[in-house]
Design a protein around this ligand. Structure first.
Ligand code: ATP
Ligand code: MG
Length: 396
């Protein structure tokens, strides 16, 4: 019999009344992700999603890799189904895991029996199968306390399944379970990590990027499209809203005191992002801000920039060290792209001495020569909406 995947549900299992909804969403997410890899049957039983290839054309390794990045899955394993019978179970282990077992110094068998009609209990199954394996592999010791390798036997409703150690899944909650949010995506290290972290909490992610051509180059934009694509590996497809920011930045440069440039610019970013978010059904904004990292990331600056927004602003990195952020960026595969040296619009017209402890009154006063509404309306009229999906060709 062929190989199938079992995806174990994480926190969802704890969700009482909402459990069914969460499960249905996870199953739908897995089904959608698997479509690219061929004809897979995806079904859910006993807090486990089963992913079963239906024909020879299926790209099993591609599908497996994709399953590792689906939020809501706590652990996953590739396994071999077989008849619910000790001989068949033993034979399946020999064929499927025999080589792994021979490479180990010691082993044990761990069994689970969720089909209560099966005549043996889990301990008896482990003893029986363990005994037969010990005989067949005399060089591998049985060690029930600290085994080098564990063979798992699961006797479930439809069949028995044998597998080696499970791998950790992406964790978190299924994409979409918590709603949808708009991430302000720069070309830096932080914001893709922020998008990922909130995606992990069950948010569907859309993104907005502010682009100041010709002060920032086409390559800088391509880099952001690529970062968005890498984020979708976990969060699923998204729309990247690219907002042309040149006119606003020039208006700020020409009409406002230099020490407030960055703060005023960030207030425009926040307000425009919120309006796009509301239009697109997003209930919150996400940024990669990090307390104290730069002049615009003080509490006072955050008060001033947050004042133009009346939906929550999620800043999952606010209390993290750069090291911790970089570790996640490497793990999710965004780091190498994020460090490519293309300018972000934040580095255009940066003040020499930015105000780190502004008051709202000072900033509102510094903005008074600008026609905010007209600038925002024009920016919103000229958004480029780019559909981004993981299987798109990389643009960089
Ligand atoms: P990052 O590494 O994400 O660029 P950063 O440490 O450089 O962050 P800032 O430049 O102060 O910090 O930006 C803070 C946050 O503002 C970013 O994490 C991002 O969410 C948002 N942001 C900054 N520049 C842009 C941009 N050009 N387009 C969209 N969002 C932006
Ligand atoms: Mg940046």
């Amino acid at each position: 019999m062929k190989e199938i995947f079992l995806l174990k549900l994480g926190e969802i299992v704890l969700k009482g009344a909402n459990k069914r909804q969460f499960e249905a969403r996870l199953r739908a997410n897995v089904r959608r992700r698997m479509r690219f890899y061929g004809n897979f049957d995806v079904y859910l039983m006993q807090s486990t999603v089963y992913v079963e290839p239906m024909d020879e054309e299926c790209d099993i390794d591609g599908a497996w890799e994709a399953c590792r990045s689906i939020f809501g899955v706590v652990s996953l394993c590739r396994c071999r189904p077989c008849e619910k019978d000790l001989d068949a179970i033993f034979e399946a282990i020999e064929n499927y895991l025999g080589d792994d077992l021979d490479c180990a110094k010691s082993f044990k068998v761990e069994s689970k029996r969720s089909d209560k009609a099966f005549p043996l209990g889990s301990i008896q199954i482990s003893q029986e199968i363990g005994g037969r394996l010990a005989e067949a592999h005399p060089n591998v010791k049985v060690d029930v306390h600290h085994p080098d390798y564990t063979v798992f036997v699961e006797v479930r409703d439809l069949a028995a399944y044998v597998h080696g150690p499970a791998e950790p899944g992406a964790g978190g909650l299924p994409t979409g379970a918590a709603g949808r949010a708009m991430c302000l995506l720069s070309g830096g290290i932080d914001s893709p990590v922020a998008a990922h972290m909130m995606g992990k909490r069950g948010l569907e992610i859309e993104c907005v990027h502010f682009f100041s051509y010709p002060y920032t180059s086409q390559l800088a934009k391509d880099k952001v499209v690529e970062l968005a694509r890498l984020v979708t590996k976990y969060t699923g497809k998204m729309t990247l809203n690219v907002v042309s920011f040149t006119e606003i930045q020039e208006a700020i440069r020409d009409n406002c005191p230099e020490e407030f440039f960055t703060l005023i610019m960030r207030r425009f970013m926040m307000e425009i992002s919120m309006r796009i978010a509301k239009h697109d059904g997003c209930g919150a904004l996400i940024t990669g801000e990090n307390l104290g990292q730069v002049a615009s990331q003080t509490m006072e600056a955050m008060t001033v920039t947050g004042a133009v927004v009346d939906i929550p602003i999620f800043m999952p990195l606010v209390g993290m060290d750069k090291e911790e952020i970089v570790t996640i960026a490497r793990k999710i595969g965004t780091f190498e792209t994020a460090i490519l040296p293309y300018e972000d619009c934040c580095t255009v017209f940066t003040p020499k001495h930015p105000k780190t402890k502004p008051t709202l009154e000072q900033v509102v006063n510094a903005e008074r020569k600008l026609d905010r509404e007209a600038l925002i309306t024009r920016a919103l009229e000229n958004i480029e909406r780019i559909k981004v999906a993981y299987h798109d060709e990389a643009v960089l």
